[in-house]
Design a protein around this ligand. Structure first.
Ligand SMILES: [Zn+2]
Length: 253
């Protein structure tokens, strides 16, 4: 048994952090956590594991050069200039729909990637990523590699962002699988997972030939929380960027 200490600083980091207009990020992801979004793609960066999983996902569907990364990690400064440029060029209404306020963009975490169908004129803010062909093949396979379509049709009321068929967010497996299967947004999933607490019921799932247990641990700013990790499990920890931490156990048989 291993004892895990969870502190308030853990709330703000990890694959499951909820970043939106109500939950901003504290600061930019550290530069040494970033790498090229795709080999040879020097100007588009992602958090390391997100980049590795994107590479595997695109390889799995043999996308070749038919899908290209359009935008990945953005510093606060880059998000600020994108926001003000869009206000000037596209106006308030368009910008409000498609560009997050600086500090509230998933792109500042390094966990989000905008993908485009390769073509002569790729729109930087709203790239074409249709619901057919190779783009749809990526979308249908994405959850197996930890990605979700973050702003699907009909979710604007909850996410405050218009439908964005091109924007994918890395949350990690099996969370991606659960979110897609249940048809939830990350906002809804963050609430859903709170029903499964460390001291009570864990969320147990068998998926992809593996057995997982997931639970939520509220963490107060003043007092750390402690949880025991069983010896027959590997584990991952992520804050929710709201009020606690999600622990994911993968049972080793
Ligand atoms: Zn995006």
């Amino acid at each position: 048994m291993k004892e895990l200490k969870l502190q308030s600083k853990d709330i703000k980091k990890g694959n499951l952090i909820l970043v939106n207009s109500s939950h901003s990020i504290l600061k930019d992801a550290k530069n040494d956590d970033l790498k090229e979004a795709f080999p040879g793609c020097h100007d588009i960066l992602l958090e390391k594991r997100t980049a590795d999983m994107l590479f595997l996902a695109l390889n799995h569907i043999h996308s070749g050069d038919r899908i290209v990364p359009v935008s990945g990690y953005r510093s606060d400064k880059e998000q600020c200039s994108l926001y003000s440029d869009s206000l000037m060029e596209n106006g308030k209404e368009y910008t409000r729909k498609f560009v997050a306020v600086p500090g509230c963009s998933e792109h500042q975490t390094g966990l989000a990637i905008d993908l485009g169908k390769n073509g002569p004129d790729i729109d930087y803010i709203c790239p074409d990523f249709p619901y057919n062909g190779i783009c749809q093949a990526f979308r249908e396979d994405a959850a197996n590699f930890g990605f979700i379509e973050r702003y699907p049709e009909g979710s604007e009321r909850i996410t405050n962002i218009a439908q964005e068929p091109w924007h994918f967010r890395f949350v990690g497996y099996p969370h991606s699988y659960l979110i897609m299967e249940k048809g939830l947004t990350l906002e809804e999933y963050t609430d859903y997972i709170k029903d499964f607490t460390y001291n009570r019921t864990h969320l147990k799932i068998n998926s992809g030939g593996q057995c997982f247990e997931i639970f939520y641990v509220p963490v107060s700013p003043s007092r750390p929380a402690y949880v025991d990790i069983p010896d027959d499990a590997t584990y991952a920890v992520s804050g929710n960027n709201v009020d606690g931490v999600v622990v994911t156990l993968r049972m080793v048989r």
